[in-house]
Design a protein around this ligand. Structure first.
Ligand code: MN
Length: 198
């Protein structure tokens, strides 16, 4: 069994003006495709071949090739899934859960945006289901909360803050890219990932 680059559920230009078509095309067809191929090569003939991506991420003592590419494969799969050109808003039920965890939706947004903005260099910001609670954190490189990392829990929302995800359109303005992200989040998918953790 090998991992396969998932098709995007929308076209490269569908997320404009928030995420531009050229960035989406390179991000999916070059970067994500690269992580996928490199992951398949890195696990070939090892005991990890045939394991699920979650099981690989949770394994200890991963080689850097497996860690980076398994993370890159999983993180981008999740990223495409939670984006939509016609995003569904946060439901009243999930809003109540967010309010309880963070005080308000705006406070959650602010904490998440700060985690994304303050990640030095390349990495990701995450909203996680962690021991029955919602939590926010950030990881470097292609790490994620399923691994032994700075975060814990199961990621239900993630934002890529590698420069390859925004530099063509936003150049050094990572904060503008983070702001744009909030316009294209499909909250029904985030909520279903939360419910799957219960
Ligand atoms: Mn990326």
């Amino acid at each position: 069994m090998t991992f396969i680059l998932p098709e995007l559920p929308f076209s490269y230009n569908d997320l404009e003006p928030h995420f531009d078509a050229k960035t989406m095309e390179i991000h999916h067809s070059k970067h994500h495709a690269g992580y996928t191929n490199n992951l398949n090569n890195a696990i070939k003939g090892t005991s990890l071949e045939g394991e699920s991506i979650e099981s690989i991420l949770k394994s200890s003592n991963l080689s850097s090739a497996v860690r980076n590419n398994a993370g890159g494969y999983f993180n981008h799969c999740l990223f495409w899934e939670i984006l939509s050109p016609s995003p569904s808003p946060c439901s009243d039920e999930f809003m109540t859960i967010i309010n309880k965890a963070f005080g308000s939706f705006d406070e959650m947004k602010e904490t998440f945006s700060k985690a994304a903005a303050s990640r030095f260099g390349s990495g990701w910001a995450w909203l996680c289901f962690n021991n029955g609670e919602l939590s926010i954190c950030s990881t470097p490189n292609q790490d994620n909360p399923l691994m032994e990392s700075e975060c814990g829990g199961t990621p239900i929302l993630g934002l890529d803050v590698w420069e390859h995800s925004y530099y063509l359109h936003y150049q050094n303005r990572r904060a503008d890219y983070i702001n744009a992200f909030w316009n294209i989040i499909n909250w029904s998918v985030v909520e279903s990932k939360y419910r799957a953790c219960l």
